[in-house]
Ligand binder design. Structure first.
Ligand code: SF4
Length: 378
């Protein structure tokens, strides 16, 4: 039986130094610690998140989360509205939400303050909040990503048996699309679980299903990560259900099978992921499903900065997937993202190269984008 423990925290809104270049969030809020869905591969099981010891049964409910957020946003002098990732570590629509409604109350506050929101979830409970999400979207920007890692019922039973079935999650995409006008709804095919969810025919089926559900995007990748306690948990369960795969995992992640501590790699090597990315990029094109979601663009001095940063960060990801040099694009994008003034003004002063990593071909590209976006603004 799950237990819920209410606990007061000193802060609820976390501001990140770098935005998430996949989901565009600048801020994160997690209404609960621990997750009743208990997915076998869940990265939040690793030690760095400091979750309850019984991650999938002991759920910590953050007390007065909405009130604290409201106070924080009302008193904020230096915060600018930007994307809030709701439930970035653990699912904000897990079973605890039915009882405590922390996520819903937080959404109400964010809607009031016109903060844009991204939610990643496996739960159809998100449909309960469709009108509220639509209000957020109408005021600023709202995106909901429904995670589905496999459509195979047997594999889903192993990976995430406590979540709604894959079909129910597909229905959630279709229903949320039908119930809202201002919400982007997409599918997250994350993570790719080696030897279980990476079959090419299965991947194509996922794209077909996403397209049929009316998804606005399908974001995929990366190869499942493995960290300390989470890796041990996953490998124990793998040994129980798919023992024949353990040696293949040991070879892929280079760990010592049966070791007391996980001593392998954090992610599968590029030799494994790159051919998969080629397939996935091809499917993305074939089914007309973007592999990135259009981002929130503020209408203040950050407008052109965000548009240009989006281009550079997406290019960085594409290069990373193709095994090309990507880091300079990534850091140029993040540094432009973090500029405290208009990029157009910097460009007009001829000072683009004062921004770190903006040099050579990237500087020319930035100049071109600034011209493009500044012209359309005027
Ligand atoms: S739903 Fe998400 S947060 Fe919850 S256990 Fe599964 S992967 Fe982890």
């Amino acid at each position: 039986m799950p237990t819920f423990t209410e606990k007061q925290f000193s802060s609820i809104l976390n501001k990140k130094k770098l935005i998430d270049s996949w989901f565009w969030d600048r801020y994160t809020i997690n209404p609960y610690n621990g997750c009743l869905f208990g997915c076998v591969y869940c990265d939040a099981r690793s030690g760095r998140y400091r979750m309850p010891e019984d991650f999938e049964n002991d759920i910590v409910v953050k007390q007065q989360a909405a009130e604290m957020l409201d106070l924080r946003l009302r008193r904020a002098r230096t915060l600018l509205p930007d994307v809030v990732g709701l439930g970035t570590v653990t699912d904000s629509y897990q079973g605890a939400e039915k009882v405590y409604e922390n996520g819903r109350k937080i959404l109400e506050v964010l809607a009031r303050h016109a903060y844009p929101v991204h939610i990643a979830t496996k739960s159809n409970l998100v449909l309960r909040d469709a009108p509220l999400l639509d209000a957020v979207g109408a005021k600023s920007w709202c995106s909901v990503s429904v995670t589905i890692t496999t459509l195979q019922p047997e594999i889903a039973r192993f990976l995430d048996h406590r979540s709604p079935s894959p079909q129910r999650r597909l229905d959630t995409i279709a229903q949320l699309k039908a119930a809202t006008k201002h919400v982007q709804v997409g599918l997250l095919l994350i993570p790719l679980v080696p030897f279980l969810t990476d079959d090419v025919a299965d991947l194509e089926q996922m794209f077909q299903a996403a397209q049929a559900a009316g998804a606005d995007y399908l974001i995929f990748g990366g190869g499942m990560t493995m960290h300390d306690m989470q890796a041990r948990w996953f490998l124990t369960r793998l040994q129980q259900e798919y023992p024949e795969l353990v040696p293949k995992y040991a070879e892929l992640y280079q760990f010592t099978p049966g070791g007391a501590v996980y001593d392998g790699q954090m992610a599968p090597p590029a030799a494994y992921t790159q051919p998969l990315y080629d397939v996935l990029l091809g499917l993305s094109e074939k089914y007309g499903l973007p592999w990135r979601m259009p981002r929130f663009i503020p209408q203040d001095f950050r407008r052109v900065n965000y548009l240009v940063a989006e281009k550079l960060l997406n290019e960085a990801r594409l290069r990373q997937m193709r095994g090309e040099a990507w880091e300079t694009f990534f850091w140029a994008g993040q540094n432009i993202q973090n500029l405290g003034e208009s990029l157009t003004a910097v460009c007009k002063r001829g000072e683009l190269t004062k921004i770190r990593n903006v040099r050579g071909a990237i500087k020319n590209l930035v100049q071109e984008y600034v011209g493009l976006y500044t012209d359309t603004a005027n």
